[in-house]
Design a binder for this molecule. Structure first.
Ligand SMILES: Nc1ncnc2c1ncn2[C@@H]1O[C@H](COP(=O)(O)OP(=O)(O)OP(=O)(O)O)[C@@H](O)[C@H]1O
Length: 683
């Protein structure tokens, strides 16, 4: 049995094409080449990715724009592009650090610049020491001549140590701040987008990849520090080498190129693999959390779902392990090639030094300094290349975060807009047609619906499953905008209205309202999280919802934590939760109260009571939009709209609809007959 996540897998957009091209790269005889040079996946990798996609999604993954952009990002991981981006990377790290803590950023930059200069001075001082020691003068004279330079070396080392300590402290202070700021921005953006974006799988993938951006931003701080330090000490070593002999600098570069190539090749592979496997990783995490989740626990035990989930988890982990092994194998091979290349270049460097010494083109003192400078320089260059490639790799993840910010900005709930009439008398749906974004269903969820919702009344929405009732109230609450037609508040189109003002007026008990893992008190007061919590308002809301018994039964009353698996945690029944949900909506005190299936989990007595309360709320001037399948409860409604397959088929008072003998009357008599059958056996 397949798990079938990501059912919509037949995407044929531009992004999908790019991704398909990317994953069907030329099969070459060198398994490294496609990943390392052409940016294409190996046939092996392609096969395995496809296998995992089959396992996960029952077909090819639906790639989207994010993917195409990652392709570009991967292709940017070549040496020239890296060099070109170097200043931008350092600037990006600085910006992050500056935004998080200016003082610490100043200390890091100052200390690292100081350390680089200290390194150059110490190299020159070492050269001076060697030159003075390697003369033919008596040893005492040589030592006293070298003494000032030796003191300089000691002082420089001392200053360098102090600077290092300062840099370590400031970097340590900066890193968590950078991560916090980046994480906060990520969460803030994610929470501010339209509901449609959250439901869009392409945006979700972007959210997935971008979540690593904050940790990468944190790493970029210390990496940038090390890069700056290595760059300065490399410049110092290169300067000294050029002064000593012009041949030495190219030799130093040749020695270091192989590790640069290896680092970049491996970084590119890792990044590419990450993007190919990110949804796989999320699905794996989801599976493991299902196995430990309290709500899934009963079914796991009664239906024996555990082994099934475990089997899938194992299969997914194993395919991920295969990918890790592939990466490790390729990395080992690349390192081996790089090491051989470095060995040859090092031998050539020291042979050249020997030849220069033998031919008398270089003195012994200069050769000694050259060896030290080459060692320092190659160490710096190695560090530089490794750190720059790592910096770049992390910058790609920060790039994902920036892309997510940019995408989120285009999908954010708009701020400001037309003011809604203060005392709206009627909300009208005018020829509204709505299809869920990305939906491939033939018929829209709402199809050319025109209806009126007079305020201050109880209006019931009735219809069979999937007829569009919930969709209609979601449009009313401004969670979606219709593709055709308009929702008019006394003639003002809600599409251009101030969304904050619109939301302000709505209180909603959705079918699947959130059961927050907090105390009962918070679960109610979260209905208006921006307002200060007051006891009076809490007590009123509990009473309005008829939830007094629920609260009294709780071990610590409103202070009881409503989540199992935490110390002192308590679980409510479905009906008890439902009453708390209504209390939450009552606490919100919106002028329009939407209740979607408010009594589905209630017993007969509670149901009657809840409807009485809801009617009482309408009596205070609140508009109540009621969605229910229990038609007996609808008889007190002022107006009933009946939906069928996304279309409005009937409207009127309950009595009018019964008299008309249409859909409503049919559904009503069906329910009444069931009830009568139960009461009067044999009838
Ligand atoms: N988020 C969504 N994305 C895509 N399609 C959706 C979404 N929510 C609902 N639909 C589809 O829209 C149609 C109307 O659904 P809606 O939830 O409005 O029906 P309903 O009348 O409230 O049904 P029920 O009585 O079962 O709650 C259904 O065909 C459903 O599959």
């Amino acid at each position: 049995m397949r798990l079938g996540w990501g059912a919509r897998n037949t995407h044929s957009g531009k992004g999908a094409d790019t991704a398909r091209k990317a994953s069907s790269g030329d099969a070459t005889t060198d398994p490294e080449r496609p990943a390392a040079e052409s940016g294409q996946q190996t046939p092996d990798a392609e096969q395995r990715t496809t296998d995992s996609e089959q396992l996960l999604f029952g077909g090819p993954l639906r790639y989207d724009t994010g993917w195409a952009q990652h392709e570009e990002a991967v292709l940017q991981l070549d040496f020239i592009a890296l060099l070109r981006r170097f200043p931008a990377l350092i600037a990006a790290s600085l910006r992050l650090a500056w935004g998080a803590d200016r003082q610490a950023a100043r200390i890091v930059v100052g200390a690292e610049l100081g350390r680089g200069i200290a390194q150059a001075v110490s190299l020159l001082a070492v050269n001076s020491v060697l030159t003075r020691l390697m003369t033919s003068a008596p040893i005492e004279q040589r030592l006293s001549a070298a003494a000032p330079a030796l003191v300089t070396v000691a002082c420089v080392l001392f200053v360098s140590a102090l600077l290092r300590a300062a840099s370590t402290y400031a970097t340590g202070r900066l890193e968590p701040k950078v991560e916090r700021v980046a994480t906060e921005q990520y969460l803030e953006r994610a929470a501010s987008v339209e509901l449609a974006a959250i439901e869009d799988d392409a945006f979700h993938k972007l959210l997935d990849t971008a979540q690593y951006g904050a940790a990468s931003a944190r790493r970029m701080v210390s990496l940038a520090t090390r890069v700056v330090n290595a760059a300065i000490s490399l410049i110092a070593a290169a300067g000294v080498l050029t002064v000593l002999h012009p041949l030495l600098l190219p030799l130093l570069v040749t020695m270091t190129l192989p590790s640069a190539w290896a680092a970049l090749t491996n970084a590119r592979r890792r990044y590419r693999s990450f993007h190919a496997w990110v949804q796989h990783a999320r699905a794996g995490r989801l599976l493991s959390s299902l196995l430990t989740e309290t709500r899934a626990a009963p079914e796991i035990r009664v239906h024996g779902v555990g082994p099934f989930l475990l089997r899938h988890f194992r299969a997914m982990s194993q395919s991920a392990e295969v990918e890790q092994t592939r990466l490790a194998r390729l990395a080992a091979r690349t390192s081996l090639v790089a090491a051989a290349w470095t060995g040859i270049a090092t031998a050539a460097t020291y042979t050249t030094l020997g030849a220069l010494l033998l031919t008398g083109a270089m003195s012994l003192a200069v050769a000694g300094t050259a060896v030290i400078a080459i060692r320092t320089g190659s160490a710096s260059l190695n560090t530089l290349v490794l750190e720059v490639s790592e910096l770049h790799e992390n910058a790609l993840f920060v790039g994902d975060l920036e892309r997510m910010h940019a995408e989120a900005a285009t999908r954010t709930v708009p701020v400001g807009g037309t003011q809604l009439p203060v005392d709206t008398r009627e909300i009208r749906f005018e020829k509204v047609t709505f299809r869920y974004p990305g939906s491939d269903r033939k018929r829209p969820a709402l199809d050319d619906v025109s209806l009126a919702l007079p305020t201050g009344k109880i209006i019931a929405l009735v219809g069979e499953n999937g007829s569009g009732k919930t969709t209609l109230v979601k449009l009313l609450a401004g969670l979606y905008a219709p593709q055709q037609g308009a929702v008019l508040w006394d003639g003002v189109d809600a599409a251009g209205a101030d969304r904050a003002q619109l939301a302000e007026r709505i209180a909603m008990v959705a079918q699947d309202f959130k059961r927050w893992p907090f105390t009962a008190k918070v679960n109610i007061a979260i209905g208006r999280a921006s307002a200060a919590m007051t006891e009076e308002r809490l007590t009123r809301s509990v009473a309005d919802a008829g939830a007094e018994d629920v609260v009294t039964d709780l071990p610590r009353g409103l202070e009881t934590l409503l989540v199992r698996a935490f110390t002192g945690g308590h679980e409510l029944s479905g009906g008890q939760w439902q009453r708390l949900g209504i209390a939450r909506a009552a606490y919100r005190r919106g002028s329009i109260l939407i209740v979607d299936e408010p009594t589905a989990a209630l017993d007969a007595r509670a149901e009657l009571e809840v409807f009485d309360r809801i009617r009482a709320l309408a009596g205070t001037g609140q508009t109540v939009i009621l969605i229910t399948h229990r038609l007996a409860s609808v008889r007190h409604a002022d107006l009933v709209h009946v939906l069928e397959a996304g279309r409005l088929v009937e409207s009127g008072t309950p009595q009018e609809l019964l008299d008309r003998g249409g859909v409503y009357a049919e559904l009503y008599s069906l329910q009444a007959r069931q009830f009568a059958d139960g009461v009067v056996p044999g009838s």
